[in-house]
Design a protein around this ligand. Structure first.
Ligand SMILES: *[C@@H]1O[C@H](CO)[C@@H](O)[C@H](O)[C@H]1NC(C)=O
Length: 226
């Protein structure tokens, strides 16, 4: 009997918790953030627009899929972790059944227009419509676009087959100047994926990341030596 009572109380407790993080609370939070507060994806999310927004970028290299000596091109696959704080997307969890984070489609929040500056193909928005960003209660946004990056790289095959090539991938916010956004590397900046795909001819010898500040813009340079 005592066991049964305990079970019932436990079930009420568990369902109570589950219920508080219910779809109704998620719905309520979405309405609060995006409708009640008139969220606008065109507005850089800083309460004080005189302060540049800090954006941190980490590149995780998944594999080198091609090195083209004729075109002087490196094709690398990987993903960026782009993080910033959206001051207009924070909330108090206790008002929303304890919700501490949500996922939301990338096209429905403000994002820095980060692109590969020394890219080979035409400029395109990173990520895709179906990708969601992670947003926590403090407005910390994490956006993780997975991409095949084609960058220009001076390839010198004088010492083939024992040649060593150094290629850069430079990421900038295309239309935002450093008055608006400061782009810097997050942590070490570049890392190799745990399940890094090996290439038959090319081996990754080292990788590094560097913050660059120019008169109009800030950028992050990821360097891969193969
Ligand atoms: C906005 O930031 C600027 C630069 O830090 C500061 O001078 C100004 O007082 C701030 N404005 C407000 C309304 O906080």
């Amino acid at each position: 009997m005592i066991a049964t009572c305990f079970l019932i109380i436990s079930l009420i407790f568990v369902f109570g918790l589950v219920n508080s993080q219910s779809n109704i609370n998620v719905q309520k939070l979405y309405t609060f953030l995006f409708t009640t507060n008139n969220y606008n994806t065109l507005i850089r999310p800083s309460r004080n627009q005189s302060v540049p927004l800090s954006v941190h970028v980490i590149f995780t290299l998944y594999g080198i899929s091609g090195v083209d000596e004729i075109e002087q091109k490196l094709t690398a696959t990987g993903w960026l972790d782009v993080e910033w704080t959206d001051e207009l997307l924070s909330w108090t969890p206790s008002s929303f059944g304890g919700l501490r984070y949500i996922y939301y489609p990338q096209g429905k929040v403000w994002k820095p227009d980060i692109s590969l500056q020394n890219g080979f193909s035409k400029l395109e928005e990173l990520g895709s419509k179906f990708i969601s960003v992670f947003i926590d209660l403090n407005g910390l946004v994490n956006w993780r676009p997975f991409q095949v990056f084609e960058s220009k790289c001076d390839i010198d095959s004088t010492y083939f087959p024992f040649d060593r090539q150094t290629c850069h991938l430079d990421f900038v916010a295309w239309s935002l100047s450093n008055i608006d956004v400061h782009i810097t590397k997050g942590g070490k900046g570049i890392q190799l994926a745990n399940d890094l795909q090996r290439h038959g001819e090319w081996k990754i010898l080292s990788s590094s990341a560097l913050n660059l500040v120019e008169s109009q813009e800030t950028k992050v340079r990821f360097t891969i030596v193969i």
